[in-house]
Design a protein around this ligand. Sequence first.
Ligand code: SF4
Ligand SMILES: [Zn+2]
Length: 362
Amino acid sequence: MRRLTAESRKYRATDLENPVLYFEATGAKGKVEAMPFIVLKSRGCSWKLKHGGCTMCGYSFDSTLGDPVSESQLLHQLSIGLGRAARVRPTIIAVTPAGSFFDPEELPREVAFKIADAVRKLGSLRVLYVESRPEYVLQAAEDSFLDELLDRLKPLELSVGIGLESADDFVRNCIIHKGISLRIVEKAVKALQERGVHTVLYTLLKPAFLTEREAVEDSISSVKWAASRADRVVLFPLRVYPYTLNWLLWRKGGYRPPWLWSLVEVLERLAPWELEKLIVTGWGTPPPTRLQAYNCSECTSAVKQILKRWNASRDPSYIREAKNLSCSCVDEWRRELQQKSGCTREKIEVALSELGLFEVAR
Ligand code: SF4
Ligand SMILES: [Zn+2]
């Protein structure tokens, strides 16, 4: 992964005047609404810089991949982003660097405090949303930075998103190379909830090497694990970015993004209370890629539209409507579900050896 990260440097962020700004559906406090999402282009995720990062991660595009970014550059991006986001009078806003909000190497704590001061001045706002790896959440809880930030943010509330990806240790750490235990995720969620912070866990549909059936089962058990701990769960059908393991495999015919039918099956098999907590995201959010969940050209757009309506309304009848759509590609999807397991250590080692990336599995 370190080699891929080095090769992806040509895609790193160079315009440090402007942040990334887009709008994402969220339900961090019950009602679903469009949240301005400001990504401050930072030096990048420390896990990526030191250890190569996660195998599907496309966040290189939003960071300088280790080149220094000054506090004044981060604050300038903040002021540009807030100026644009304020026009829609949001009640919730995301302001986070390309990696982890609570990583002081990536986002100096003085900048984090200034973010709290700045968003407090936006009249319409109720919630600040940030993202972080769990080890930095715990570090911030232990050294009181989290408590100081919460004081500074009052009366606004804080919501924190953490990437779980999968509840399966082998999938999360060997395939995705996340480098975190379930225990640390649980501890971080608990530390946040004890302080009244709203928690969001991100899960992934179809990491590399899983068959379509394995991906569906992994996603269901991951959403269930997350829903029983966090206040909100996000399900992210995997999108393929250049210079990721999924991209290398896709180029060799060894990876296909998830079928939308698989996404529908995941939703259909969740309990109502789990669905209540769930948001599906990953469509139309940057960085752009065409390689994302799809069916055949006849039904992709129709299924996506129905799923977007479900996201916005939470009405389970949309899941039934998607399930009942008929299309000739359903048979092809069902045949893929029958495919024999691909998730054996031996098979993965062979595939990684062919790509010259065998060290990922060690
Ligand atoms: S922790 Fe997040 S930002 Fe860092 S490499 Fe993994 S997915 Fe990317
Ligand atoms: Zn179809």
